[in-house]
Design a protein around this ligand. Structure first.
Ligand code: AVI
Length: 316
């Protein structure tokens, strides 16, 4: 049995600073929890389930683009390079590129090293010829790969429209840091495009309530991070489509007055009060190019689907 390597970028995953970040968010005027805490091991599994929903168009559409333009994408990105997958999750999209790109080494970077340890060994055994390494790291604030990872001849892969979970300002900060680490390679990035409210509502408030479970699970993730006593039955998943800011916003709304304690604090959530958990920004062809240019990229190759729902861009 071949085993991948694992690296944990301990500074970014320091439990004390992660706890402080959660506590500060909970005590804000509008309480908030960073979306990275959606991805504990159960949350990562729930997200994988969401990606199987017919209503969750981003995954289906991005896969369709990857399949349709496989050979053009391979020609553009070049063969035999390293692939660095940011927010790798279940690694499925990267896997679809392994053969077409003749990938030499694969680095899967994710907040949940526990989930990577479930996924990567199976992948390593399927592709024994590819050197694999899982990196547990939080890149929501700062992104610098450990110095042992050479980025020479590497393509960065940031699929799924995860860039939309940053605000445009913080996305620029992150993309600049990615750009500064590219050496003879580029960034293949998936971007969700603005569309009808009904399509967005179905995708982010799906009839099977998987997104509701995914969102509510953040409270359990917080309970285990900071020893809080959130009762998930006291909250419900709710979304808002914010048209001026071109984003879907996820919240948890208190169904009753509920007091939550943790080791260093407490907060009373009044019935109807919201906890903000995620933004999912949607772009246009022009606004994403503007953002990439402002982040230091200058050349682009773009592939899109027939409905113009989603864009896959190779930026250098
Ligand atoms: C990971 N990210 C791109 C997803 C999105 O669509 O913003 C997270 C998600 N939130 C609810 N459903 C999916």
């Amino acid at each position: 049995m071949l085993e991948p390597n694992y690296l944990t970028e301990t500074q970014s995953l320091n439990p004390v600073s992660l706890s402080h970040e959660i506590e500060n968010g909970l005590l804000g005027n509008l309480a908030s929890i960073s979306p990275k805490f959606l991805y504990d091991s159960l949350g990562s599994h729930l997200f994988t389930a969401i990606t199987l929903l017919p209503e969750y168009y981003p995954t289906i559409t991005e896969k369709e683009i990857l399949n349709t333009y496989q050979s053009q994408i391979a020609e553009t990105l070049g063969l035999n390079k390293i692939l660095i997958d940011l927010g790798a999750g279940n690694c499925q999209k990267a896997e679809s590129l392994f053969k077409p790109l003749a990938t030499s080494s694969y680095f899967a970077v994710d907040f949940s090293i526990d989930y990577l340890k479930v996924i990567l060994p199976q992948l390593q055994n399927k592709y024994p010829e590819i050197q694999m390494c899982g990196i547990g790291m939080d890149f929501s604030d700062q992104f610098q790969l450990p110095s042992s990872v050479s980025t020479h001849n590497a393509n960065f892969f940031y699929p799924g429209s995860s860039i939309g979970n940053f605000t445009p300002e913080t996305a620029k900060h992150f993309l600049k840091q990615v750009k500064s680490q590219i050496r003879n390679g580029g960034l293949l990035i998936g971007v969700d495009l603005m569309k009808d409210e009904a399509v967005l509502t179905d995708a982010y408030d799906d009839p099977l309530k998987l997104t509701a479970a995914f969102n509510l699970n953040i409270l359990r993730s917080v309970n285990s991070q900071i020893g809080a006593n959130f009762d998930v039955t006291h909250f419900k998943h709710t979304i808002k489509i914010n048209h001026p800011l071109k984003r879907v916003e996820l919240y948890l709304e208190a169904l009753v007055d509920t007091k939550v304690n943790w080791s260093t604090g407490e907060r009373l959530f009044k019935k109807g009060e919201l906890i903000h958990t995620e933004n999912s920004h949607k772009y246009s062809d022009d606004s994403i190019k503007e953002l990439l240019i402002a982040s230091g990229f200058s050349a682009f190759e773009t592939w899109t689907d027939s409905k113009n729902y989603f864009s896959l861009i190779y930026a250098t």
